[in-house]
Design a protein around this ligand. Sequence first.
Ligand SMILES: [Zn+2]
Length: 249
Amino acid sequence: MSKRLTHQQAMRYNRQIVLPKIDLEGQEALLNAHAIIIGVGGLGTAAATSLCSSGVGKITLIDFDNVEETNLHRQTLFSEDDIGRSKAHAAKARLAALNSDCEIAVVDNAFSSEHEALIASADVVLDCTDNTHSRDSINTLCFRMGTPLVSGAAIRFEGQLFVAIPGKSRCYGCLRTLFEAPDLSCVEAGIFSPMVNMIGTYQAMLAMQVLMEFDDLPLNKLITFDGLRHEWQQWALPNTLSCELCATD
Ligand SMILES: [Zn+2]
């Protein structure tokens, strides 16, 4: 049975509920939603903070890594005391203090095809990883389980976002047929701190729009941001485009 907002929750989220596009119905959709965040780094911590404070009912954090000193300039959910701790568990402690209404689950091992049932149980998945191998396997599982996917990436002064809704839009694999991106990481290429926080927060916004079924999601489009020119752009995927996954559907 779906949960209803308590009086206290309705007061807490009032500034969001007064938005006509959200209203009580949208806020209750968030309360009953389960979002999975894969990768609790710069993107993942920014997305988790926004989803948790906004009133999403359950968040599962998946990451096998520990907090390092070089993470702190951009992964603002962590503090110096967290160095050496599991990212997923350290993030859970911070998020629990931020909003006790939000149930936080932790999977402190690497994402794999064994997470099929978990992906199937979620209302939305946020891909906050930093390598193409993980991105491809997350896309495949989301596509097969019919779970909406919000993918984000940030490097140097550049960011990009892509939303895939199985049955309604092309998948992330379709986008990848256009861009065989080199597997650069923040270690080699560098990352400007505000960039990764901005893109992670944008992922949270798109995920909440998926959960509340806003009518104007940017489907079949790649969104990019150039932080040096301060330019957002949308790139429509060609209609003829189809990846192996979509082609066999
Ligand atoms: Zn596809």
